[in-house]
Design a protein around this ligand. Structure first.
Ligand code: DUC
Ligand code: ZN
Ligand code: ZN
Length: 469
């Protein structure tokens, strides 16, 4: 009998706080030893020259989510296949409540979509679009008790927007049941107004998507959400922050001692509004349409400052993939106006490489910050710690072996999801995942998938320590 099922030997362990040389011993899917020497394993992996980091946790992805006018490119199978190929072992997608439907039914339906399909572990956030008395009084508190401990609300989109009264009611409910509220902060009326004016002027190409929702619109909504949270005295997570304007509102709240947290994403450090250019509908600008939209180089620098200064707790992909075909980005309606181009871009497989390549390799952030931003803080924020998110005895053996010297050019032919393009095509990076291990099982090596659908399981999550006042 071996002492361990698997050992990872000779590597450098990197956690959110430390970097040190150690072997890692794994038994029963868990880390059981982190020591100078771990010997006597049934299988040994030589990690010399590699970094041994916690598997990525991507707490903001959309898989198999219904969307008007276009079908999402990834379900659980292909989306999580991309995740493991990119070094991510846990994802938290959204179970979205269409208006008029019961939250519980939505969650059951979402479980059916995921069951037996996933290559990575997964939890669910909820999306609340219809905060009826029964949703807020019964369904939501019961679901929080069952491990769906966070939910998102929208301040824009006709079919999802909540008005101020509804936001306050939902925040009050979150406070009572200690759920963590995530907010999409963009103001509905301002976007609608801007869109109408642009369309009247014949400005309908994808580029005008960005013009219709400038940073001011995001800043206003962020401030409004923060004010509502202060009124109710509830913590808040503002997701997909795109630039300086909203970030300054968040920093202002944080400096006042408020529990306002923030997330940013690869598109806000690697893309700009110019990527949506091409002034007619046949150009490929739609491939970069997401919300909030990518901004400019000055905004990218602001986001780096926020990452360096701790304004942002998490770096997530906001993976929301649509094909660049008539089924997705170029659907017939989308060709008539930017307002119909489905909002979202793929990114779950490239999130870690973008942050390492542009962040760690360029000296903007350190390796420990990288681990915090891509794994540990997600686990802590969303009730998965101390099961996920670090390399220490007792944690699930979710590990990425990372080659900090491997140069690669991000390109579609390397991808493992179902989407037909990557918005980061041509980006040259140094730093790449060479092996991904899920609960002690190597599931991807050098881009080759070794895992199987169903390797990943559902994670009921604990109450977030960040959600409590
Ligand atoms: N919000 C997201 O979180 N993802 C994609 C589109 C959007 O509006
Ligand atoms: Zn959003
Ligand atoms: Zn999203």
């Amino acid at each position: 009998m071996s002492d361990y099922d698997l050992s990872i030997r000779g590597g450098t362990v990197v956690t959110a706080s430390d970097t040190f040389r150690a072997d890692v011993g794994i038994s029963g899917g868990r880390i059981v030893a982190v020591a100078d020497r771990v010997e006597g394993a049934a299988r040994e992996i030589d990690a010399s020259g590699l970094l041994v980091m916690p598997g990525g946790i991507d707490s903001h992805v959309h898989l198999a989510q219904p969307s008007s006018g276009a079908q999402m490119a990834d379900g659980f199978l292909t989306g999580t296949r991309g995740a493991i190929a990119g070094g991510t072992t846990t994802v938290i997608p959204f179970a979205m409540q269409p208006r008029g439907e019961s939250l519980r039914a939505v969650v059951q339906d979402y479980h059916k979509k995921a069951e037996g399909q996933a290559f990575a572990d997964y939890g669910f956030h909820l999306i609340i679009t219809d905060p009826t008395p029964s949703v807020l009084g019964q369904e939501l508190p019961a679901l929080v008790g069952d491990g769906y401990t966070s939910f998102k609300v929208f301040m824009t989109y006709a079919d999802m927007v909540l008005n101020d009264r509804e936001l306050l009611e939902v925040f009050e409910c979150a406070r009572k049941c200690r759920a963590l509220v995530m907010v999409h902060a963009e103001g509905y009326d301002a976007i609608k107004f801007m869109t109408e004016r642009l369309e009247q002027a014949g400005k309908t190409a994808p580029y005008y998507h960005g013009v219709s929702r400038p940073e001011i619109v995001e800043r206003e909504a962020a401030h409004r959400a923060i004010s509502h949270a202060e009124l109710i005295d509830v913590p808040l997570m503002i997701v997909h922050v795109s630039g300086r304007e909203a970030m300054e509102q968040i920093r202002w709240a944080q400096n006042r001692g408020m529990k306002v947290y923030a997330e940013t994403c690869p598109q806000y450090v690697a893309l700009t509004a110019d990527d949506m250019k091409g002034l007619n509908m046949d150009d490929s600008g739609g491939k970069y349409v997401c919300s909030p939209p990518p901004r400019d180089h000055e905004s990218q620098e602001a986001i780096w400052q926020g990452l360096q200064q701790g304004v942002f707790k998490t770096f997530s992909s906001d993976h929301c993939p649509f094909m660049d075909t008539s089924e997705g980005k170029r659907n017939p309606q989308a060709r008539t106006s930017f307002k119909w181009v489905p909002n979202g871009i793929p990114g779950v497989e490239t999130r870690m490489q973008v942050l390492w390549g542009l962040g760690v390799d360029k000296g903007r952030i350190g390796m420990n910050e990288f681990v915090a931003l891509t794994s540990t803080n997600h686990a802590k924020m969303y009730g998965l710690y101390p099961k996920k998110g670090s390399i220490a005895a007792g944690f699930d053996a979710d590990i990425v072996l990372w080659d900090p010297n491997k140069k690669e050019t991000i390109r579609q032919e390397l991808m493992h999801g179902a989407c037909d393009y990557t918005p980061y095509e041509g980006l040259e990076v140094r730093g790449w995942p060479v092996m991904t291990i899920l609960r002690g099982k190597p599931v991807c090596e050098e881009g080759k998938i070794l895992g199987a659908p169903g390797d990943g399981g559902f994670l009921a999550r604990a109450i977030s320590p960040y959600a409590s006042k």
